[in-house]
Design a protein around this ligand. Structure first.
Ligand code: PHE
Length: 460
């Protein structure tokens, strides 16, 4: 397009700030918003969780998001290249993030593929009377080592479809691939999910579900583990520390306002989280009522929520098929726009390093990751690997690299003044000493707290 610099032509770029914001929201709004946040809030004080959550968002989440933006936008490279330009010798931090992103992509794609399949299962309630037995047994055939035709049809074909779609998006590039996908699908996601929430609110028992979610337990505020959960959710949900936001920011025109963008992305992501909490707990309230049990017996997160609780709800609810299509469809869209963001971290790093074309880098990165994912999830041990890898990569890999990079940039390189100056040239509202204190002190303490509790939990 006209008016692009040579750099933008060579590396790719978002055509406008609006497209960047939608892509960044696409990355932030993922499976975590839908299947993680509601349960974390419920478990950690319910309505009272809003306090540590907002504190974490404002004192660490958005400030750290702006740090990632500043690094990528100022140094105009993938994570390794941006770190190398900050200081030669810390390029490795970027490669660490690249490695984590490659691992995440392997299993993120599998969950999306399951959701694709379950979108169709919703139409005829294929899980029958026993959604749990169906999911682990007939669907995944977990425990079997033989690949049966059922696994091929149920898991491998949708996974292959997901990978081909993602391959096409990545090959089309930053604007025509990632940007265009976000511009189309983020509004669709919001509409679909809003429709789901409205429908869930009309179910019997929805009120009890919302009571369970929102009734505040103020004593939670004095518990350090609740604060750790809030910081952990914020870091994960905003996709910070993965190299994603560094990469995306490097594709934004030099004169754009990155501070205002960060505020929009941060609040939109939390807004979607709140919406998801309402939808999920309204539906769980219905499930509790039809089962004649209290909400705490049906509250769940992750795979249990999506592939066991929701199928039960879909089978029981009026117009359940519609609920199913909206719920699993939302998971698919939210998942795809996050998956492309982690892959872009890897592709962008390879391009910057080897100076290859878009298509070459896309193939070199995506094909091996896709093959590993297909092999892993066709030998049904995939789901167990997922559990372990997810835990260690997400808990330690990400927290440690986030903490180290933050401390290095703030305390060793002392780059924060330069970076806030950079953001202030075109950004509003201006940031200054307050931001530097948050990034150099409050956010690292928050991260250390999360890390400490993760370690304590694992050792117990
Ligand atoms: N932010 C995403 C979510 O909330 C999670 C995610 C993190 C996705 C990192 C991709 C990479 O679900």
């Amino acid at each position: 397009t006209a008016g692009q610099t040579a750099e933008q032509k060579r590396r790719g770029a978002f055509s406008s700030r609006r497209v960047f914001i939608l892509a960044a929201i696409g990355s932030a709004v993922g499976l975590g918003n839908i299947w993680r946040f509601p349960y974390v809030a419920y478990e950690n004080g319910g309505g009272a969780f809003v306090v540590p959550y907002l504190v974490a968002l404002l004192t660490a989440g958005i400030p750290f998001l702006l740090l990632d933006y500043a690094i990528g936008h100022r140094h105009r490279g993938s994570a390794p290249l941006s770190f190398a330009r900050l200081r030669r010798g810390i390029e490795g931090l970027g490669w660490w993030q690249v490695g984590i992103c490659a691992v995440i992509a392997v299993y993120y794609a599998a969950v999306i593929a399951w959701a694709v399949r379950y979108t169709f299962f919703s139409l005829d309630e294929a899980w029958g009377e026993d959604p749990e037995g169906f999911f682990f047994g007939e669907f995944l055939q977990a425990g079997d080592v033989e690949i049966t035709t059922d696994v091929v049809a149920g898991v491998l074909v949708p996974l292959l479809v997901v990978w081909l779609a993602v391959l096409a998006i990545m090959a089309l590039g930053v604007q025509r691939g990632i940007g265009a996908t976000s511009v189309v699908f983020i509004p669709v996601l919001v509409l679909a999910f809003a429709a789901l929430v409205v429908q869930a609110l009309f179910l019997d028992g929805a009120g009890e579900g919302l009571d369970a979610l929102f009734t505040p337990d103020w004593s939670a505020l004095s518990s350090a583990s609740v604060w750790a959960a809030a910081f952990g959710q914020i870091f994960f949900s905003l996709s910070i520390g993965f190299g994603i936001m560094i990469t995306y920011a490097s594709y934004v025109g030099r004169r754009e306002d990155m501070i205002g963008s960060g505020l929009v992305v941060g609040f939109s992501n939390s807004g979607f989280e709140l919406l998801a909490g309402i939808g999920v707990f309204a539906a769980l309230g219905f499930m509790a009522q039809t089962g004649g049990v209290p909400v705490d017996e049906v509250a769940s997160d992750g795979i249990g929520l999506a592939f066991i609780a929701f199928p039960t709800i879909i089978s029981e609810a009026p117009a359940g098929a519609l609920i199913g299509v909206l719920f699993f469809g939302s998971l698919v869209i939210a998942g795809i726009t996050s998956l492309v963001s982690v892959l872009e971290v890897v592709i962008s790093a390879v391009r910057d390093k080897l100076d290859t074309g878009r298509l070459t880098a896309t193939l070199v990165v995506t094909v091996p990751v896709a093959v590993i994912s297909l092999v892993l999830f066709s030998t049904t041990s995939g789901i167990y690997v997922l559990d372990v890898v997810d835990h260690f990569v997400n808990q330690y890999g990400i927290l440690v690299v986030a903490l180290v990079s933050m401390l290095v940039v703030a305390w060793v390189l002392r780059s924060l003044t330069d970076l806030s100056g950079h953001l202030n040239v075109h950004g509003r509202p201006r940031i200054g000493a307050g931001w530097r204190v948050l990034v150099s002190l409050v956010a690292p303490v928050g991260l250390a707290l999360v890390l400490g509790f993760a370690l304590k939990d694992d050792l117990e």
